[in-house]
Design a protein around this ligand. Structure first.
Ligand SMILES: Nc1ncnc2c1ncn2[C@@H]1O[C@H](COP(=O)(O)OP(=O)(O)OP(=O)(O)O)[C@@H](O)[C@H]1O
Ligand SMILES: [Mg+2]
Length: 245
């Protein structure tokens, strides 16, 4: 039984056209998903709909039996669904520690907040070293780690990461990928949008190709990586040789 069921969702901005056009997707607990697709396909829009930042025009989003379609972002967060947006939305003038504590604003039990803070510091030692520094002074990779750490402060069930390695040097991106691996091994359900489709699909159990507001293909990640049509269309790889164009 899936924990998240997206059924026939259409959504768009203001009075603009539908960006998602009858999109359906099921997410199973403790599995990991990588969403790929061309620029403007609606990948980030899908995350915004799940997170309650944009309400679907039709269709439904159901998480553990409850509809999220009309919920506010804080209400969605309270159900255990957490979204790390592309721009991370940190508080640059606040310290690393303050940013992390803000992540737990829904948690009233102070000892629980302390416990989770310790866990985040254990997972991202650099955040512990930089605890007192302004978030805005961190490097790009460290800011991404902070955004992920802040998401973990609510102990989410489902974590959505929108292009967490965007603009990062390969070595730093590699660190982020291994941290995502760690989250997977902790049993978290992770959905990641990744522009490095090859690496993203290697990481995930299930691949989803989004195009023009619908799910165009989905299946086990290896299958997507090996499918010559998908490679050609969405991975920028020549189907016959597997070489980058
Ligand atoms: N706030 C907004 N207001 C109006 N249109 C928007 C807004 N955000 C996105 N769009 C439009 O919605 C479409 C899909 O955008 P979206 O950000 O979901 O794509 P994406 O698949 O995440 O692309 P990318 O790979 O570039 O991040 C685009 O045409 C974009 O211009
Ligand atoms: Mg996007």
């Amino acid at each position: 039984m899936p924990i998240l069921e997206i059924t026939d969702v259409s959504a768009g901005y203001g009075s603009g056209p539908d960006i998602l056009r009858g999109l359906s997707l099921e997410v199973e607990e403790a599995k990991s998903y990588c969403i790929i697709g061309p620029n403007g396909a609606g990948k980030s829009t899908l995350f915004k709909v799940i997170a309650g930042l944009l309400h679907p025009r039709t269709g439904n989003v159901v998480f553990r039996g409850e509809s999220l379609a009309r919920r506010r972002p804080d209400q969605v967060l309270a159900t255990g669904v957490c979204f790390v947006p592309q721009d991370q939305a940190l508080f640059p003038e606040m310290s690393v520690r303050e940013n992390l504590i803000m992540g737990a604003y829904l948690v009233k039990d102070r000892s629980l907040v302390k416990e989770r803070l310790a866990r985040v510091y254990e997972m991202f030692p650099i955040l512990s070293e930089r605890a007192g520094q302004d978030a805005g002074k961190l490097s790009g990779g460290q800011q991404q780690m902070l955004a992920m750490g802040r998401a973990l402060m609510i102990d989410p069930i489902l974590l959505m990461l929108d292009e967490p390695t965007l603009g990062l040097a390969p070595q730093i991106a590699q660190q982020i990928f291994s941290q995502v691996e760690q989250l997977k091994s902790m049993g978290l359900t992770v959905v990641i949008i990744e522009q490095n489709a090859q690496r993203g699909l290697e990481l995930a159990d299930w691949g989803v190709v989004l195009d023009l507001g619908i799910v165009r293909f989905e299946g086990p990640s290896e299958g997507i990586l090996e499918d010559p049509r998908i490679r050609e269309l969405y991975l920028g790889k020549a189907a016959s040789t597997g070489e980058t164009r």
